[in-house]
Ligand binder design. Structure first.
Ligand SMILES: [Zn+2]
Ligand SMILES: [Zn+2]
Length: 340
């Protein structure tokens, strides 16, 4: 499924099969998660994708061929391909364990073709083994919703009371990890979104409601409004949630913005930042994040709730994500054509 121009739907197109270059593996894709970043790419919020582009950066598949010098993953191995597709290895960020900030980094489904396709080629050093026990479709959301969510959670330090603003693919995973770590979770959804609030409570949140403290399902939780958070992660791409989260934060707390794009943050009085509160973003991932999270996920164990779409219905999956009309994560199922 190819994006030829931003702000236009993807089109199902036959393209030449990718060839694995030196150090790359060719992967037969089984499943590819649909991320909000894909939506930002299609909608033009992110301005410099390669075009035409095959989106998708939560890829689960099987290695079918190793390029010259590639030896980490053998044909038949199941691997995951994440957003971080390549880094230079030489810059000051790469040399200080911050490859997520490499200015020359290339991203899957943005700078290089991704996984809305039957085949994908990737630098093998950036592919992860996928933990056993997760079917392909359920594993796919671990690769970005899970990884970036986990990095965001790490930025919250040892916060005991955690607010999650926007309860989609990433939050539904982070909620489970945070509960596993013994934290308290409060889920903040759109006003009136009782369905999502119930979903959050099912996954261990102690309270679910809206930014104003109202809750459709308060009686199902403990009825306490979301006050005095130790940390908040803002997943929804809505800038007005940043001051809202700051207002709910105790002194010394942090608001972590987890998305790659957000509408402008409205100005706010200094007093809500005062008290050593902080606002920060999380950008991309390091391979270390991936290794750590994929080892932790089966221990929790994280269970992903997946809405499945066949590859050719990728546009519908993106529309449903835009509308927030499913629980958990959207994942494309890639049926392989018959081969000789
Ligand atoms: Zn670099
Ligand atoms: Zn993503």
């Amino acid at each position: 499924m190819v994006l030829s121009r931003q702000r236009e739907p993807l089109a199902g197109v036959d393209v030449p099969e990718p060839e694995p270059g030196a150090g790359q593996v060719l992967v037969r894709v089984a499943a590819c998660g649909v991320c909000r970043t894909d939506l930002h790419v299609v909608d033009g919020d992110l301005s410099e994708p390669k075009l035409p582009l095959i989106p998708g950066h939560q890829i689960v598949g099987t290695v079918v061929e190793a390029g010259e010098g590639a030896e980490r993953h053998a044909p038949g191995d199941r691997v995951g391909i994440p957003w971080l597709g390549w880094t230079c290895g030489e810059c000051r960020y790469c040399r200080s364990d911050r490859e997520n900030l490499c200015p020359r980094a290339r991203f899957t489904g943005y700078d290089v073709d991704g996984g809305y396709a039957e085949l994908a080629a990737a630098d093998e050093r950036f592919c992860f083994p996928v933990p056993g026990g997760y079917p392909d479709l359920q594993a796919a959301p671990l690769l970005c919703a899970g990884l970036i969510g986990y990095r965001s959670l790490r930025m919250c330090g040892d916060a005991e009371r955690l607010g999650l603003y926007g309860f989609g693919a990433s939050a539904h995973i982070v909620c489970q990890v945070a509960r596993h770590q013994g934290r308290e979770v409060l889920a903040i959804t759109k006003p009136g979104d009782a369905d999502t609030q119930r979903f959050a409570l099912e996954l261990g949140a102690g309270w679910a409601g809206d930014p104003a403290g109202g809750s459709e399902v308060a009686e199902a939780g403990d009825g306490r409004p979301p006050v005095e958070l130790d940390a908040a992660i803002v997943f929804a791409p809505a800038g007005e949630l940043v001051p809202a989260a700051l207002r709910a934060l105790s002194p010394g707390g942090v608001v972590v913005c987890a998305g790659i794009h957000m509408s402008d943050i409205p100005s706010f009085p200094y007093e809500i930042l005062w008290g050593e509160r902080a606002v920060r973003s999380v950008a991309n991932l390091t391979r270390r994040d991936g290794e750590d999270f994929l080892a932790l996920a089966p221990e929790v164990p994280v269970r992903t709730e997946v809405s499945e779409y066949p590859l050719e219905r990728a546009n519908e999956a993106l529309d449903d994500l835009r509308a927030g009309s499913f629980r958990g994560a959207a994942v494309l199922r890639i049926d392989q054509p018959a081969r000789d």
